[in-house]
Unconditional design. Structure first.
Ligand SMILES: NC(=O)c1ccc[n+]([C@@H]2O[C@H](COP(=O)([O-])OP(=O)(O)OC[C@H]3O[C@@H](n4cnc5c(N)ncnc54)[C@H](O)[C@@H]3O)[C@@H](O)[C@H]2O)c1
Length: 371
């Protein structure tokens, strides 16, 4: 209830955290990636001491590189599968809060590289949980999994946090395994019944298909569209009619930041799993999303090939009532707004200071009316 009261009294999103992150030691795994780089920028903007642990960025155009995060945070290149180097970073920096995002996150890649996918997503998560367990100063761990961790039953309504876990492809299944692992650690080592003894809260978070500026990953719809438009080629759609919960990257990040603050400040109620999905109007087909992007960009054409041979769920929705009711979290940007902000990044990154571009978008998001 404390959290809800704070939410109702807040005028902007930044008010919600009320200086909480200033001076906190926050460790992000996966900070060189798409979501991790935005989270690192947001936390730096809030005055946190950010420590990052990841592999090298993929391309010189990555958000991490262009926003010069290497010189704004404490930056480590390290493999999440290496428990010793990870533990050494925990020992050096004694993080108050950990956001674990490092993963092999691409479904199609997981079909050809299942072992690497499970090692990274499951054993990597195990190493993070162990490091949290052995670091007394670490009070809050937010483990990022995915909406794909649910056993997909092609329901036309959203999955709830206590629905059955599963996963057809190796990526989805590896994230469901990570969820089971987190749950076991929560029961065995971070049990809320013994909170007074260990003082730690561990939550897992499941967001939808995230889009925004600075993602250049292979085999993701927005980077694929941008690469095709820049190369003046048609945008090939393999599964145009798949329905997905689209959301701007800032939406789940706002959820993760709110959850971590509440867990750190208020404890027990925030242990467990949390969904952060879009409203119904954020749920559209791949083709509709790409059509909106073409309109916003002012160029591009679709080439529907329907050639997808790999299994992909036709429909996937998330129910976010729990985050809504207990955190006061709700999505703020519609699909057209989300696409507009995404296009703004890709049209500006060559001409503008990218750190400034991102913090401006974060400010706009924070100053949007709470709905
Ligand atoms: N992008 C989405 O739509 C989406 C949706 C749901 C969940 N997620 C989850 O969010 C997280 C971040 O995804 P993203 O979209 O930013 O992916 P990304 O590929 O852009 O970033 C992945 C990050 O993980 C790091 N990493 C990968 N393997 C590693 C290893 N062995 N050791 C250390 N670091 C390693 C990379 O260096 C990078 O920093 C992932 O856990 C992903 O599963 C993403």
């Amino acid at each position: 209830l404390n959290g809800i009261k704070t939410y109702l009294e807040a005028k902007t999103l930044t008010d919600l955290w009320n200086g909480f992150y200033k001076g906190k030691n926050v460790l992000i795994t996966g900070h060189t990636g798409f979501k991790g780089s935005w989270l690192a920028i947001w936390l730096t903007h809030l005055g946190a001491n950010v420590i990052g642990y990841s592999l090298e960025p993929h391309t010189p155009q990555d958000n991490f590189v262009l926003s010069d995060l290497e010189h704004k945070i404490t930056h480590y290149i390290g493999d999440i599968r290496n428990s010793e180097t990870l533990q050494a970073v925990f020992e050096s920096h004694k993080p108050d809060i950990v956001f674990h995002l490092a993963a092999q996150p691409i479904v199609r890649y997981s079909y050809t590289n299942p072992v690497l996918t499970y090692e990274t997503n499951v054993l990597g998560t195990l190493n993070v949980l162990e490091a949290i367990r052995h670091t007394p100063q670490t009070k809050t761990g937010i483990i990022i999994t995915t909406d794909k961790c649910y056993k997909n039953k092609e329901w036309i309504y959203g999955y709830r946090e206590n629905d059955e876990l599963g996963g057809f492809d190796p990526y989805s299944s590896s994230k469901a395994c990570a969820e089971i692992l987190v749950s076991s650690y929560r029961d065995s080592y971070f049990n809320t019944n013994e909170f007074e003894k260990h003082g730690k809260i561990i939550a897992s978070v499941r967001a939808g298909n995230v889009i925004g500026g600075g993602d250049w990953a292979d085999d993701r719809i927005i980077p694929d569209c941008i690469r095709a438009i820049i190369a003046n080629k048609p945008i090939v759609l393999r599964s145009p009619f798949s329905i997905r919960p689209w959301q701007h990257v800032l939406e789940p990040l706002y959820g993760y930041l709110t959850l971590a603050q509440r867990a750190y400040a208020h404890g027990k109620l925030y242990s467990g799993a949390w969904n952060f999905g879009p409203n119904n109007n954020g749920v559209t087909t791949v083709e509709d999303l790409v059509t909106t992007l073409i309109e916003a960009y002012g160029s591009g054409e679709i080439d529907i090939q329907n050639t997808n041979k790999l299994h992909e769920a036709a429909i996937l929705l998330l129910n976010s009532d729990k985050s809504n009711k207990l955190l006061g979290w709700r999505p703020k940007w519609s699909v057209p707004e989300t696409v507009e902000k995404t296009v703004e990044w890709y049209k500006s990154y060559q001409f503008e200071d990218v750190y400034h571009l991102c913090t401006e978008q974060i400010e706009e998001y924070c100053n949007s009316q709470l709905q």
